[in-house]
Design a protein around this ligand. Structure first.
Ligand SMILES: Cc1cc2nc3c(=O)[nH]c(=O)nc-3n(C[C@H](O)[C@H](O)[C@H](O)COP(=O)(O)O)c2cc1C
Ligand SMILES: [Mn+2]
Length: 475
């Protein structure tokens, strides 16, 4: 398994999935190239070098885990697994993970270059303006923010976006007060203190995954990342903050988050994963950066939200949760679950056993589908990870006048672009969801015309024998 981001990039290169780009501008171009590449069938990972105005060697890595193959690689799974098999393999692995507490090591690669006090200038690193209307450069789009809970002493290390405002000033954005980072910072601020923090740019993908996974409070993302890798994360105490920092991190900022009662700066706007802007600039907490450390030829890990279906992670973790929820709710014979359009659509595949089975699955899936307006239930011969297959089922097995139900006031969020300004102003964050039953109607399913399509097993046999003549597999 990879030890650090560099190892991971080498593994991606070995799979033939890395493209190197030279001469791009950090303003708009790096983001634009990332978006176009993520929309291509091959969806290559990108390593930008010789970025205009910055020394060669100061690199940005994007589209790291945006397809199934590289998401599997990051999770330590076989990258040749088919999408649904890879998701299943992750669900199995996650069930059996054992926490791996980090270990402290005696040296840190990130100390190869150190600047403190007046020598701090975060502008040494190329920080992209990812989308046209962004409020400024965001150096942190997939970076970890490290803090220590002043009560329990445990370490939180999660992803919150980081905007550059000056040589030693950045803002950190908490979506809401329930983020662990927000809770911890508030504890310091309520005591009239600033909150020691470190920002890690260019962490390895296991830390990236741990940084966005939902983990309970008190549970350190470092332990989770170690358990994905099957080896503890090696940490080194930051010289300024004493916070444990992954020793093989590429770029590290140390400093303090200033109390919001004293200082704020306008944060955002920033393009969201829906493909829209959700809010104007708002006051954000400021981090005063008191030290910057970086490895030689540092690599920033960039993971900007992009227009769907481009998504920061190639395996839909939320679909895995919905799959588990269905099983926990007693819905039997679920053979798969997936999400498309960057989580905005959920699909469940089912071996139907009784009339009403599909609707039961659809209702449970809808209840747990954050922001998804479309929930589709398909038969077990349809691959839920293949959107073309799913739409084939919708257009041939669902009679809209009979097979679509609408559930109102269901779970969405303030990021939802289709909630009207008036509704948003009065606090509406819910929307309606269509549950589309695209299974063969149960009472007459035996009379449904037989399909002429190959079964998945037959297709696999053909692929095994003839696939080498057919070009890359899709799905
Ligand atoms: C690429 C990416 C960027 C994210 N940016 C933010 C952000 O700016 N603010 C935020 O509150 N959550 C953001 N998140 C979501 C959090 O990282 C995620 O909910 C995490 O579980 C929060 O951890 P916590 O429970 O320790 O607060 C982002 C997630 C990803 C994958
Ligand atoms: Mn956390």
């Amino acid at each position: 398994m990879y030890r650090d981001l560099r190892d991971f990039i080498a593994a991606v290169d070995k799979l033939g999935a890395l493209q190197r780009i030279e001469g791009a501008e950090a303003r708009f171009e790096v983001g634009g190239i990332t978006e176009v590449a993520a929309g291509r069938a091959g969806c290559p990972a990108l390593l930008f070098d010789a970025i205009k105005g910055y020394p060669r060697g100061f690199r940005i890595f994007t589209n790291a885990t945006t397809n199934v193959q590289r998401a599997a690689l990051a999770l330590g799974l076989d990258p040749t697994l088919r999408p649904l098999d890879a998701l299943k393999a992750w669900m199995e692995k996650r069930k059996n993970l054992t926490p791996q507490p980090p270990v402290t090591v005696k040296t840190a690669a990130f100390l190869e270059n150190t600047f403190a006090g007046r020598d701090v200038d975060v502008g040494r690193f190329p920080a992209p303006v990812w989308h046209r209307r962004d409020g400024g450069p965001f150096i942190g789009s997939g970076s970890l923010v490290i803090m220590r809970d002043p009560d329990g002493g445990w370490i939180n290390a999660s992803i919150y976006r980081v905007q550059v405002h000056g040589p030693n000033k950045v803002t950190v954005q908490f979506d809401h007060g329930g983020r662990h980072g927000a809770i911890i910072a508030k504890k310091y601020w309520d005591r009239g203190e600033s909150c020691p923090a470190a920002i890690v740019h260019g962490e390895d993908p296991a830390l990236f995954i741990a940084g966005f996974e939902y983990l309970p409070d008190g549970c350190s993302e470092y332990e989770f990342a170690g358990s994905i890798k099957g080896a503890p994360i090696e940490v080194f105490a930051g010289p300024q903050t004493g916070l444990p920092i992954p020793a093989l991190a590429e770029i590290v900022f140390e400093g303090r988050l200033l109390p919001m009662s004293e200082t704020t700066l306008p944060e955002g706007p920033f393009g969201e994963f829906t493909g829209y802007y959700a809010a104007e600039a708002r006051p954000g907490p400021v981090m005063e950066v008191t030290a910057v450390h970086h490895r030689n030829d540092p690599i920033l890990l960039g993971s900007p939200p992009l227009k769907p279906p481009r998504f920061h992670f190639g395996l839909p973790f939320r679909a895995a949760t919905i799959w588990s929820n269905l099983e926990a709710a007693g819905v039997t014979d679920v053979v798969g679950a997936w999400q498309h359009v960057s989580q905005l659509m959920t699909v469940v595949a089912l071996r139907t056993r009784y009339d009403g089975h599909a609707k039961r699955a659809g209702l449970v899936a809808a209840a747990h589908s954050y922001m998804a307006r479309l929930v589709v239930v398909v038969d077990d011969d349809v691959d839920p990870s293949n959107l073309a297959d799913v739409m084939w089922a919708v257009t041939t097995r669902c009679e809209p006048a009979e097979g679509i139900d609408i559930v109102r006031n269901a779970w969405s969020s303030a990021l939802d672009p289709r909630i009207s300004p008036d509704d948003k102003a009065r606090g509406v964050t819910a929307h309606s969801k269509a549950i589309i039953d695209a299974t063969r109607p149960f009472p007459w399913r035996d009379k449904f015309p037989p399909t002429s399509a190959l079964s998945p097993e037959e297709a696999r046999e053909i692929e095994a024998k003839w696939g080498k003549f057919l070009g890359p597999r899709v799905g």
